[in-house]
Design a protein around this ligand. Structure first.
Ligand code: UD1
Ligand code: CA
Length: 464
């Protein structure tokens, strides 16, 4: 017997999350680079729901602002009177009978596969729910099965006896329930429990008492049921998501030397044969080509790297584009708008912002390159600085190709240097330099014969 009802999802996300002790609404807390609620939404979308309702209350406006979701119907729960009351709020929004996938905004590890299993189980029963066996079930509600393996009742920890707490089977807070059928039981809820809330779980116990069959879908990986009620839970869930991401990359041919010590956020892509050393953070929409090596302590956000790029330890790259076979760092900083074409190289303590370094350009030591373009194969000596800011506005420096910039050159922008030109070490370049010229700007050196020797002798004589 199949149940042809369409699927909709309800995500309960109105709670305050008091135990996080935060000004930020609970479901906006980020795990592995995304607000918790995004993860749950993603699972609901993949499960193929026709409608997605999100029940919001505490910090509702902030949640709606920060979660961009055109496909979501926001449902307001003005007072947070409990999970049962939260689900009841969608009653008036439903236009026809449906199977409701009920998800918790604070249980973000649920996979689409589990939701599929849940929906299948609901087809041949009144409803279904996800359970798991946990070694340390903590504050999760405990589930008691009836003789035939369906739900008998759920006991919340605050209301449980010591014996009931021994039960390792927990309620994941994820259900497939028939609507409008479930609303009959929600309407009858009473807050006569330790928390004085209207528990969704009590409605399920009441349904079971009434002879409704609630199938229990047991998780193979109990961690899918990890909920987030405090910061310890938050860290644990974050860890699981990072591990999942690292594992999937390794299966695709990426080497991660110590998977427990890297941060790779969900949307990051890494090409095969790339090697990630411990302490690397790849965040946002970072994309690495094939055969890249990223060393200890490098932090990348929204960085696009070609193939065979070497990122040395402790380099920071944000909103940048790096061509094939470039080398960066150690201790380099690429700020937004920095572009390196193929085989370009920046070394230690080089900062590049909103600038393009052409193919094969080198800036190996101690430089600041801002609002500049540098043509291919030019070399910037140690200590080169583009003085791009005059206190009022930013100005460009244009350096041609095959230019040799002597150490400690200051380019007072706006200024241009033609192809094949040179600057002498220590020069402050305020005027354009023609192609092929040498620009030298420093006073002539004067040598005073014997001065050093006389000083030295006087010092030695004083010490005697
Ligand atoms: C709930 C379950 C518990 C289960 C656990 C799984 C109840 C009574 N208990 O407990 O059996 O083991 O989830 O993680 O359901 N919410 C609202 N409005 C409210 C109250 C809560 O939208 O008035 C939302 C919260 O934002 C949260 C979700 O519902 O996303 C769960 O609420 P929470 O208070 O965290 O329930 P738990 O105590 O974790
Ligand atoms: Ca919870």
């Amino acid at each position: 017997m199949t149940n042809p009802l369409p699927l909709s999802a309800v995500i309960l996300a109105a709670g305050k999350g008091t135990r996080l002790r935060s000004t930020l609404p609970k479901v906006l807390h980020s795990v592995a680079g995304k607000p918790m609620l995004e993860w749950v939404l993603q699972a609901a979308r993949v499960a193929g729901c026709e409608h997605i309702y999100v029940v919001v209350g505490h910090g509702a406006e902030q949640v709606q602002d920060e979660i961009s979701a055109d496909d979501v119907t926001w449902v307001l729960q003005l007072e947070q009177l409990g999970t049962g009351h939260a689900l009841l709020q969608v009653k008036d929004h439903l236009k026809s009978a449906t199977t409701l996938l009920v998800l918790s905004g604070d249980v973000p590890l649920v996979t689409p596969e589990t939701l599929d299993r849940l929906a299948v189980a609901a087809r041949s029963n009144w409803g279904s729910m996800v359970i798991a066996e946990m070694e340390e079930p903590g504050s999760l509600g405990r589930v008691v099965a009836s003789q035939n393996g369906n739900l008998e009742r759920i006991v919340e920890v605050a209301d449980a006896t010591a014996e009931e707490l021994e039960n390792p089977w927990i309620n994941a807070g994820i259900y497939a329930l028939p609507a409008p059928g479930i609303f009959d039981f929600l309407c009858d809820l009473k807050p006569d429990n330790a928390k004085q809330e209207l528990y969704l779980t009590d409605a399920l116990t009441a349904a079971a008492d009434d002879g409704k069959s609630l199938a229990m879908v047991a998780l193979e990986e109990a961690e899918e049921a990890f909920g987030v009620n405090d910061r310890l839970d938050l860290a644990r869930v974050h860890g699981v998501l990072l591990r999942r991401k690292a594992e999937s990359l390794m299966k695709e041919g990426v080497s991660i030397l110590d998977p427990s010590h890297v941060v790779i956020e969900a949307d990051v892509e890494v090409g095969r044969d790339s090697v990630l050393h411990p302490g690397v953070s790849l965040t946002g929409r970072t994309r690495l080509g094939e055969g890249c090596i990223v060393h200890q302590g490098a932090w990348l956000r929204d960085a696009r790297l070609g193939d065979g790029v070497l990122v040395q330890p402790y380099s920071v790259l944000e909103e940048v584009e790096v061509g094939d076979a470039c080398q960066i760092g150690p201790f380099a900083r690429m700020r937004p708008g920095a572009v390196m074409k193929e085989r370009a190289k920046i070394g230690n303590f080089v900062e590049v912002k909103n600038s393009e370094l052409g193919a094969g350009v080198k800036a190996n030591h101690l430089a600041y390159v801002g609002d500049a373009t540098v043509g291919e194969n030019s070399n910037l000596g140690a200590g080169t600085i583009t003085c791009n800011y005059d206190g009022l506005g930013k100005h460009p420096t244009e350096i041609g190709k095959d230019v040799f910039v002597g150490s400690d050159t200051m380019f007072v922008a706006p200024v241009r240097v033609g192809d094949g030109a040179m600057t002498a070490a220590g020069s402050v370049i305020t005027k354009d330099v023609p192609a092929g010229a040498l620009a030298i700007e420093r006073s002539e050196q004067k040598n005073i014969e014997g001065y050093g020797q006389r000083k030295l002798e006087r010092r030695k004589a004083r010490k005697k």
